[in-house]
Ligand binder design. Structure first.
Ligand SMILES: [Zn+2]
Length: 569
């Protein structure tokens, strides 16, 4: 997954002060025709384009080395970049360009809108910005240093997850789960203060609340996103209830308790965001001793999306001190994309590599004729969709067969349990994403309500879990995204919806194949051609939903996701 760290949270107050001082000495307002905006653009690009490349390179380097001095250099460059969009005098000019209405040429107007929004969210008084940055850092540190105390032992998050997955002892599971929630109590007051500050800042900028601002700045109409979530809720509710019964029967037997006694700690994960392992498929056996980098590279080449240069510049294997999560970085929006990960020959890393190469292909095969500002993914979730589209193939028997990882007969044999496992994973995640989406909405609308209770109302409604009797703890605050990656979580689910929409469109319309489940896209250059022309090259030329409609004939819809994972016709 790729996390977008919002500028609003990273800006340094000192550099903002410098920007304000510069503004005081600025000349009176200039003219605001298209030629004036072109001049503004050249000056903007002259500053931002080379600096953005330096930021990306420094970030990539720091993630490889893990050295303090590399991280410091990376942070300093990021601050320099953020300072540019905090400049109130330049923002005033952008405002004048917008109000003047003379910038009409479509690509110019589009750039104006996007650059305006990136400045807008940084036009917050320094004291307020500083208070938010401080709180954010304080919360981050509490999360970094928190270790759960369980039965007299100190455990990391991985240690907790390991117990939840492996143990069948209800008492031990309860202790581990409850121990992991203690962080909630430590950070909840800070988060509430931060939520109020974020709301105040957003209201000053003319938005209803912080969430309203976050969504609108990403060109997401909050009501339209909510109706997609409603649609998906309706489509998954009954299917999930059936699957949940299967899960419950399996877990109750596993822990030797009656189904009625199942509690949130029995579901093999702190949040029930991942599917418990209830189907017997072990995909790792097909990947051991395999060169997953070569497989992924060959696969993309077969679709006419060669990534040899990306692979050559990437850092793909474990190293001491190296960042342990995977990501793809678009270094210069001019073809230099790189992946950082620590591959091993198993299905998890096959999935991750296909996922990250999906991001890289989106970056590499952009339209060099588009202005720099528009040469990026239509939205963070659209590049996530491409990444998920390919990542999912790592557990597709049809794909593994076409990549010669198993025989046709073996693919046939594991088809049913593989499909069940993938469906379970998607259904469990989608119900959990409903909780996150609705809780954040509710919290920013009214941070003074009984949030502890609100959280469990949603968990009971969407995930069908039972609140432990009498529990009144800030369990919502234990989920790090609530504090540090605010109002972003819904994009993960939108990425899954679009991945399914593209899967059906490519299989049905581009490849003219009726059997979606049997498609792997292996050796099909028409798939690469479609993606380059209809998704990658458009970049940010159009708002994301217009790109999706032009590419697939429909706006973003939950219907194909439901068809793929719920069996809805
Ligand atoms: Zn991703």
């Amino acid at each position: 997954m790729k996390m977008q760290v919002k500028l609003i949270l990273a800006v340094s107050a000192i550099f903002l002060l410098a920007a304000v001082m510069a503004a005081v000495t600025k000349k009176p307002a200039a003219a605001c025709g298209e030629d004036d905006f072109r001049k503004f653009l050249s000056a903007y690009e002259a500053k931002v384009v080379p600096l953005s490349k330096d930021v990306a390179l420094a970030g990539f380097q720091a993630s490889i080395s893990g050295k303090d001095e590399d991280f410091k250099r990376s942070a300093d460059l990021q601050i320099q970049l953020n300072t540019i969009t905090a400049d109130p005098a330049e923002f005033a000019r952008l405002k004048a360009f917008k109000a003047g209405g003379q910038v009409r040429e479509p690509l110019l107007k589009r750039q104006l809108d996007i650059i305006y929004d990136s400045y807008l969210e940084n036009q917050i008084p320094i004291a307020q910005m500083e208070a938010m940055v401080k709180l954010q850092a304080q919360i981050e540190q509490k999360f970094n240093t928190f270790r759960a105390q369980v039965d007299g032992k100190t455990l990391t998050d991985n240690g907790i997850e390991q117990i939840l997955r492996a143990s069948a002892d209800s008492r031990q599971l309860e202790a581990a789960w409850k121990g992991s929630k203690e962080i909630g109590r430590l950070v909840a007051p800070d988060i509430l203060q931060l939520v109020r500050l974020r709301n105040a800042a957003a209201r000053q900028l003319g938005f209803a609340d912080f969430r309203d601002m976050q969504l609108r700045l990403g060109e997401q109409d909050p009501l339209a996103i909510e109706s997609l979530f409603d649609e998906l809720d309706a489509l998954t509710r009954d299917g999930f209830a059936v699957l949940k019964k299967n899960i419950d029967a399996f877990l109750a037997a596993r822990c030797s308790i009656p189904v009625e006694q199942l509690m949130p700690w029995h579901y093999q994960n702190r949040y029930f965001q991942e599917a418990p392992v209830i189907y017997p498929v072990d995909l790792d056996v097909y990947y051991k001793d395999k060169d997953v980098v070569q497989i992924a590279g060959g696969y993309f080449k077969g679709m006419g999306l060669p990534l040899d240069d990306v692979i050559a510049r990437s850092d793909l294997f474990e190293k001491p001190g190296k960042y342990q999560h995977a990501f793809s970085s678009d270094i210069d929006r001019s073809g230099d994309a790189r992946v950082l990960c620590s591959v091993k020959p198993d299905s998890y890393w096959m999935n991750t590599l296909l996922h990250e190469f999906g991001h890289s292909a989106y970056s590499k095969f952009n339209d060099p004729r588009l202005p720099w500002t528009l040469r990026d993914a239509a939205h963070a979730f659209t590049t996530e969709a491409i990444a998920n589209l390919f990542g999912r193939f790592a557990s597709s028997p049809a794909w593994m067969r076409d990549m010669s990882l198993l025989s046709a007969a073996e693919a046939q044999r594991i088809a049913a349990p593989s499909r069940d496992a993938l469906r379970l994973q998607q259904m469990v995640f989608s119900r959990w994403a409903q909780v996150m989406f609705r809780f954040e909405k509710s919290m920013y609308e009214d941070p003074d309500q009984d949030l502890n209770r609100r959280w469990w109302e949603l968990v009971e409604k969407y995930q069908l879990l039972k609140m432990p009797a009498g529990r009144n703890e800030p369990d919502w605050a234990a989920k790090i995204h609530i504090a540090l990656y605010p109002c972003y979580y819904h994009n993960y689910l939108l990425g899954e919806l679009l991945a399914s929409q593209l899967m059906y469109h490519i299989s049905g319309r581009v490849l003219q194949a009726a059997d979606v489940e049997n498609q792997s896209f292996a050796g099909r250059p028409e798939v690469g051609r479609f993606l380059v022309d209809s998704v990658f090259k458009p970049g940010m030329r159009w708002p994301w939903n217009e790109m999706i409609e032009r590419a697939t004939g429909e706006k973003l819809t939950a219907k194909y996701y439901a068809r793929q994972f719920v069996g809805e016709k």
